[in-house]
Design a protein around this ligand. Sequence first.
Ligand code: AMP
Length: 202
Amino acid sequence: MMIGAPGAGKGTIAELLAKELQIPTISTGDILREEAQTNQELKEIMDQGKLVPDEFVSEIVIKRLQRDDCKSGFILDGFPRTTTQAEFLDKHNIQFDHVLDLEVSEKEVIKRLGSRRICKSCNSVFNIVTNPPKQENICDKCNGELYTRDDDKPESIKHRLEVYQEKTKTLLDFYKQKGNLKEINADPAIEEVFKSSLGSIQ
Ligand code: AMP
């Protein structure tokens, strides 16, 4: 499980770990963004940087986890984000070997999110400063078009950070008590964060 503020690198590290461990990544943000293309109400919630209702997202997660590809393990990226969601996982007896807490400074988050670009087709993540695509606005992996997420605009970023402090940070105590929380310094470059993430679960 990946926990961390927006911009901590959860999605990127989850993808790298998934490749290394040969298990799928389930990103609630990716699933919801897809869904939001045909659901205006959902899109508005997300664009403002607010959380979508617990029940809605929990339902999506449980359905996704029932698929065969999750049988030998999975990485959950972006869920749980509230104590209610964490309790939902417990209630369904979905347990985790490792909970990675990517700790990042606010200064670094603001720097990262403003320059983040996502592929419209395969959701790969780039950063025009630290990890630029070879061709401007074109995905290296699938040649898809890159875009800036609506919730990566300054006002939404501010709100997402507040939501993280208010609702998600309390999860750290929840998992600390369970004893499987690993704290990772997520300020350095991706390669280094990946190395410490992998090291923490081996
Ligand atoms: P992410 O891609 O993880 O940054 O998620 C983008 C947005 O999707 C969030 O700002 C929320 O609006 C929504 N979202 C993703 N995961 C959850 C969750 N577990 N609970 C509520 N909202 C979520």
